[in-house]
Design a protein around this ligand. Structure first.
Ligand SMILES: CC(C)(COP(=O)(O)OP(=O)(O)OC[C@H]1O[C@@H](n2cnc3c(N)ncnc32)[C@H](O)[C@@H]1OP(=O)(O)O)[C@@H](O)C(=O)NCCC(=O)NCCS
Length: 147
């Protein structure tokens, strides 16, 4: 697998990959919103290709204090070949270059099995935090949309 930086020409391929791997597509994944996170984090948004086909994706983000990992996905036909680890290793190297102190990610409770994947990569489950969210404009955020 060849890892490279994501560009918008692969937008439909990553949406398809997320759908096929069970990742919920929200209003944050429209073309405009993906272009927005890419603009802020051009060097942290990675895809993996095999024979020119996109088989892996991960969005990294840095808000100036913490790093974040969003929507890591490996094509089901290519899982359990260490490609997920490869994508995360590459992303962590990029966070290291930026001297990011700590990186967070969120796992949906119905996807608990993924915890062991991240544990093997050295991530720790936090039981000292409660995650809270707020939607500043209810007209903007929508879950589970069709793209
Ligand atoms: C989670 C995911 C990215 C893992 O990718 P992958 O390429 O299959 O994982 P790797 O082959 O790199 O696995 C690395 C290690 O983690 C282990 N592992 C992978 N998936 C695992 C799982 N679901 N449960 C437990 N261990 C797992 C592997 O066995 C391997 O262990 P080893 O080093 O002891 O052999 C992939 O299964 C996926 O795309 N899932 C659907 C989307 C998703 O849930 N993304 C995460 C959103 S938070």
């Amino acid at each position: 697998m060849k890892i490279e930086l994501f560009t918008m020409r692969y937008y439909h391929e990553i949406i398809d990959l997320w759908k096929r791997t069970g990742i919920e597509i929200s209003s944050s994944d429209t073309r405009d919103e993906i272009a927005r996170i890419l603009k802020r984090n051009p060097d942290l948004f990675l895809i993996g290709k095999e024979n020119e086909k996109v088989i892996a994706v991960v969005m990294g983000a840095f808000d100036g204090r913490r790093g974040y990992v969003h929507h890591l996905a490996i094509d089901p036909d290519y899982q359990k070949k260490k490609y997920g680890k490869m994508m995360m290793d590459e992303l962590i190297e990029k966070f290291q270059i930026k001297k990011v102190h700590k990186v967070h990610l969120f796992i949906e409770k119905n996807n608990k099995e993924v915890v062991d994947f991240y544990r093997k990569l050295g991530w720790e489950v936090r039981d000292d935090l409660i995650m809270m969210s707020f939607v500043p404009d209810k007209r903007l955020y929508k879950r589970d949309i069709e793209i």
